[in-house]
Design a protein around this ligand. Structure first.
Ligand code: NAP
Length: 410
């Protein structure tokens, strides 16, 4: 008997990895076309199934029983086969979002909460927030409260995004402008790819506590696994699995002056952690068929910076990679959000006297000190943390592994 995730298009999913850590049962992805759904659900081949877009409602008629949450929300995200062969439909997203609210330690009673979007996840979020006596306002493109009259809700204390706006591959978009809401205590986004949507990056910049949907995903899976196995799973599994996934999927981005050793440190990190490696200068050379000095001399720095941002835009959307950047990428403010959405940014520091200058157009001619003076505040702005690389690159890589508590394969 099988367990798994049922949906129409699944792409990469965290669910198999989460369930492998929650219990000892085989868990697979089932991409089923709408015309095959009925026979799949009646096939009696599965013992338990998670359900995702677009089938959370469609599966209801196939369930012989619904739990109170599934009944209330008219949505099923977990189906469990009973000993007599009948199916029970559960909604563990309710527990998943409740857990996310609990994690944020919010006291919601009487406070205005804006819920963006009016689909399935919105119903779940609204039910949890109402249960905690929040004053819930649903913002819908076509509703009474819509994106053109949000000013009337500038007293909102919480915003929860349940729309797909900003989700991969449409990274960088936000459904709203947060500066309209000066009293916000928290912003939540159910999206977890990217780890930080534009909405959450904006919240960070305004100093508002911000949470992505990865915790909810893990929490709902924990409750599903309990229904699958009939055993209680300790609550501590939620933070443990959440941290593991976060650590594993985050990119590691190296910034720093030209010639400070980013490429060498990146290679060592990639070897030790088994992650893919991306070097933005190398990608630009491959893309254009020209060397970096040639691009600078023929088309100028501005043209090079545009190419660099394009590359960062494309690769910043990826997960689990080590990215070595060009020394001047910090001069473009837009690169900050592109790098941060899935990454921890590390500043590789090296004494100016030790920097390699050969073949680096902006470092030659003794201009390093001037360049450093200009860029130092930008490295500070971009970096989540810094490491010295004045000795061996192996030691520097070790420091990074230690600071980020990365898993190593060699
Ligand atoms: P859904 O039923 O399709 O609802 C999404 C809603 O978003 C729509 O009803 C629509 O509301 C609004 N919307 C859609 N496109 C929009 C656009 N371009 N601009 C503005 N609003 C738009 O989907 P869902 O099942 O509720 O899922 C929504 C999101 O939550 C997805 O990103 C999903 O991955 C995520 N989710 C995460 C978890 C988790 O565990 N973290 C669980 C469930 C869902 P209006 O028409 O009213 O504007």
């Amino acid at each position: 008997m099988q367990y798994g995730l049922l949906g129409e298009k699944l792409g990469h999913s965290f669910s198999p990895e989460i369930h492998n850590q929650l219990g000892n049962y085989p868990y697979q992805l089932f991409e089923i076309h709408p015309e095959d759904l009925s026979s799949f659900l009646q096939s009696k081949t599965f013992a338990g199934m998670n359900v995702t877009i677009p089938y959370k409602k469609t599966v209801i008629p196939y369930c012989h029983h619904l739990t109170p949450e599934a009944e209330m929300l008219q949505a099923v995200n977990t189906i469990v086969r009973n000993p007599d062969g009948t199916l029970t439909g559960h909604n563990t997203d309710y527990f998943g979002f409740s857990s996310m609210v609990e994690r944020a330690k919010l006291s919601l009673s009487g406070k205005k909460a804006l819920v963006l979007g009016s689909g399935g996840a919105s119903n779940t979020v609204c039910a949890v927030l109402r249960q905690q006596n929040a004053n819930v306002i649903v913002v819908s493109r076509t509703g009474e409260n819509n994106y053109s009259n949000l000013q009337q809700h500038s007293d909102a204390k919480l915003i929860v995004n349940t729309t797909p706006v900003g989700m991969y591959p449409y990274n960088g978009q936000s459904p709203i402008d947060l500066t309209v809401f000066p009293h916000l205590e928290c912003v939540m986004d159910l999206i977890y790819n990217p780890l930080k949507t534009k909405l959450l990056i904006d919240a960070d910049a305004l100093g508002i506590p911000a949470y992505n949907g990865l915790w909810m995903l893990v929490a709902q899976a924990k409750e599903s696994a309990e229904w699958f196995t009939g055993t209680q799973i300790d609550i501590s599994y939620i933070p443990e699995i959440y941290q593991k996934l976060l650590k594993k999927s985050q990119n590691i981005i190296l910034i720093g002056m030209p010639g400070c050793g980013k490429t060498t440190v990146a290679k060592i990190l990639a070897e030790k952690t088994g992650r893919g490696i991306v070097d933005t200068d190398q990608l630009i050379e491959e893309k254009t068929g020209c060397s970096i000095p040639d691009i600078f001399s023929s088309d100028g720095e501005n043209y090079f910076r545009r190419l660099e941002t394009e590359v960062i835009c494309e690769f910043g959307k990826r997960n689990s990679i080590i990215m070595s950047t060009g020394g001047g990428c910090v001069t473009q403010r837009e690169n900050l959000d592109l790098l941060r959405q899935n990454g921890t940014v590390i500043w590789i520091k090296r004494d100016l006297s030790l920097l390699e200058t050969k073949g680096r157009p902006l470092s030659e001619n003794g201009k390093l000190q001037q360049m450093y003076t200009q860029r130092e505040p930008l490295y500070h702005l971009f970096a989540d943390l810094s490491v010295d690389n004045n000795y061996s690159p192996e030691e520097t890589a070790e420091q990074i592994i230690k600071k980020l508590k990365l898993d190593v394969i060699i």
